[in-house]
Design a protein around this ligand. Structure first.
Ligand SMILES: [Zn+2]
Length: 146
């Protein structure tokens, strides 16, 4: 049976869209090879990272979860304290919290609490299980001092 011309066209191997390429990398835990579609110019390290996050082995699943948790927590910090938030705090203070997330995930730190001033307090800390909590509190307490 002969295919129509148009179908034949579709079955031809297609070039990747401009600016993308297929690259092979290896899971850094189990060594399994995988293919990812990347932007041109990715280093082997970046490709391996992407392949690791797609891998189905236990270690890589844990790793991908941890990476996602860190990213979500950092996004949350940016939402609550970053330049786009309602009452942004200084960039350096935000950086401290972002660094704390890495340290907490690496189990070097349980948590931090910051007194930002003017009644604003920030807390970033590890919860039971694996999650990391971000808290912003503001007291409207007025203290008069003479
Ligand atoms: Zn793996």
């Amino acid at each position: 049976m002969k295919k129509k011309g148009s179908e034949e066209m579709q079955n031809e191997p297609r070039e990747m869209p401009d600016g993308l390429e297929s690259q092979t990398g290896y899971c850094k835990f189990c060594g399994q090879a995988g293919i990812v579609h990347t932007l041109v110019g990715w280093s082997q390290g970046q490709v391996n990272e992407a392949v690791t996050c797609q891998c189905k082995c236990e270690e890589s699943k844990k790793y991908a979860e941890s990476k996602e948790r860190v990213q979500k927590t950092k996004n949350r910090i940016m939402e609550l304290f970053g330049s786009g938030s309602e009452k942004a705090v200084d960039e350096r203070t935000v950086d401290i919290m972002l660094l704390a997330v890495d340290a907490i995930e690496a189990k070097e730190l349980k948590g931090i609490s910051l007194d930002i001033g003017q009644g604003v307090k920030a807390k970033v800390y590890k919860m039971a299980k694996e999650s990391i909590k971000v808290e912003r509190s503001e007291t409207s307490k007025k203290i008069f001092e003479e």
